[in-house]
Ligand binder design. Sequence first.
Ligand SMILES: [Zn+2]
Ligand SMILES: [Zn+2]
Ligand SMILES: [Zn+2]
Length: 143
Amino acid sequence: MYNCNMNKSIESLVVTLKANGYSVTKSRKAVFMTLLDKEPQSISEVTKAVGDTIDRASIYRTLELFESLSIVERLPIGWKHKFELSDAFAAHHHHATCIHCGKIVPFEESDTIKLELKKQAEAIGFIETNHQLEVRGVCSACQ
Ligand SMILES: [Zn+2]
Ligand SMILES: [Zn+2]
Ligand SMILES: [Zn+2]
C-alpha cells in the first residue's frame, strides 16, 4: 500500500537487528513479513497470519523485541492494541477507525497539523520525537 520495496525493508530489518546484537531468526523474519505493507494487526491476527510453524510465545517475544528496537509501534486502536511497522519501515501516516465495523483507514496528515503538534509539544517543554493520532468515527459504508 505504501509502495515499500520489500527487499529494502528486509535489508533494513537485518541491519537494525545486527546493529543491536540480534540475529535474524525464522520467527523474526516471519513476524516482520506479516506486518510489512499492512494496516495495524492485533497479536491474534499476527499469530493467525504467521501460521502454525511458529509458536505463540515466540511471536510475543518477537513483537516485544521489535517494539523495544522501534521496529514496530504499538497503537491503541479501537479498544485494543495493534502493531504496525514504525516510520522507519513505512511512510508516516495515521488511522481512522470505524466504531461500527472496525475498519481501519490510513490517512496522511497535513503539514499544518504536523507543525501544530510540534508547537503544542514545545509549548509544554517537549521536543517531539514521534506521535500517534487516531480518528474514530463511522466509515462511509456504515453511515
Ligand atoms: Zn497504518
Ligand atoms: Zn503524524
Ligand atoms: Zn464501518
